[in-house]
Design a protein around this ligand. Structure first.
Ligand SMILES: C[C@](O)(CO)[C@H](O)COP(=O)(O)OP(=O)(O)OC[C@H]1O[C@@H](n2ccc(N)nc2=O)[C@H](O)[C@@H]1O
Ligand SMILES: Nc1ncnc2c1ncn2[C@@H]1O[C@H](COP(=O)(O)OP(=O)(O)OP(=O)(O)O)[C@@H](O)[C@H]1O
Length: 281
């Protein structure tokens, strides 16, 4: 069984307060975009396991991910459900197209899709709400990928309410320079505050009005550290983007373009990543 975990972009990102548990409350809109990994599981017969064998074998392809295979979020998602449901052993194939440290939620998406895959394949009968609760324990923005629909998110990024927003037909260009931004460090450099223009209100205005009022709070601390990211955002505007912003804690930047616009070539560095697509929903 194979699924295709996609990314999210953040439309506005206000970090409003630091919580006693060390995490931060935030306000954002998550929008899914069809830049996808591929994730496949194959159930193995219990009898094929010797005492010393692990219950999962993870094969990784495509872009490299830092860390050991057992730290991979798909392995953590399996272990979480295995503890409760004693799952059969599985062979996992994960093909990475989504860059890491990009603010696109690639690891979180893999984890959420793994939960959904196991739920379906092994008939666990977990509801979407139950899956969201499991997902939130794996990563703050992981729960979004269970329903995978545009939402307004609060709390640590796991309390959702519906929004009336469709960007269907807009073209999107995502550029990630060869810079890794640690989400944990990015949060550590933030001074939380309530925004002058709340995300929930700005998002109701036309996209053409978002430029100076739909703000990602991480840009103020990340751009001075990595000027190339701010330069890419400016370049997207120079090349005709209607709205451009860093996603999450960076380092990727996205630009939204009109449905009939010709998308530019932005080749700032040889190792930068670039995706072009059309939004759905
Ligand atoms: C910045 C965003 O991409 C916006 O969508 C997300 O909030 C990040 O979510 P995520 O990658 O799933 O984050 P996690 O892997 O759970 O957390 C990484 C680290 O970021 C910090 N963190 C994360 C989310 C949050 N609301 N407050 C935080 O302070 C914590 O120090 C945490 O140890
Ligand atoms: N399946 C996975 N895919 C990518 N990274 C993973 C995965 N499992 C664990 N990780 C670890 O998580 C780190 C962050 O990866 P991820 O792709 O989620 O970052 P991100 O794009 O900054 O996401 P976010 O927007 O959630 O902060 C990686 O450096 C890697 O060590």
């Amino acid at each position: 069984m194979i699924v295709f975990p996609n990314i999210k972009i953040n439309l506005g990102l206000s970090i409003t307060e630091k919580r006693p548990d060390g995490y931060h409350n935030l306000e954002t809109v998550f929008y899914p975009v069809a830049l996808e990994d591929a994730l496949e599981i194959r159930a193995l017969p219990e009898a094929s396991l010797s005492e010393a064998d692990k219950k999962i074998t993870l094969h990784q392809y495509g872009m490299e991910i830092a860390g050991n295979p057992e730290d991979n979020l798909v392995a953590k998602a399996y272990s979480l459900l295995d503890k409760e449901f004693h799952l059969p052993p599985v062979e996992i194939h994960l093909y990475k197209h989504i860059p890491s440290g990009a603010g696109l939620g690639g690891g979180s998406s893999d984890a959420a899709f793994m939960l959904k895959l196991l739920n379906g394949h092994f008939h666990l009968n977990l509801s979407e709400e139950q899956l969201e609760i499991y997902a939130a324990t794996l990563g703050a923005d992981c729960a979004f990928f269970i329903k995978n629909k545009p939402v307004y998110a609060e709390g640590i990024g796991n309390i959702f309410s519906p929004i009336e927003l469709s960007l269907k037909g807009y073209q999107i260009m995502i550029v990630k320079p060869d810079v890794f931004v640690s989400t944990r460090e990015a949060f550590a450099n933030i001074h939380p505050h309530h925004p002058e223009y709340p995300v929930k209100e700005v998002i109701r205005r036309p996209v053409a009005e978002w430029k100076d009022i739909l703000i990602n709070d991480f840009e103020a601390s990340v751009f001075p550290q990595h000027p190339v990211i701010g330069e890419i955002k400016q370049e997207l505007y120079n090349q005709g983007a209607i709205y451009a912003s860093m996603s999450g804690s960076g380092s990727s930047v996205f630009g939204l373009f009109a449905p009939d616009a010709a998308l530019p070539e932005i080749n700032r560095e040889s190792n930068s990543f670039c995706f072009k697509g059309t939004l759905g929903q």
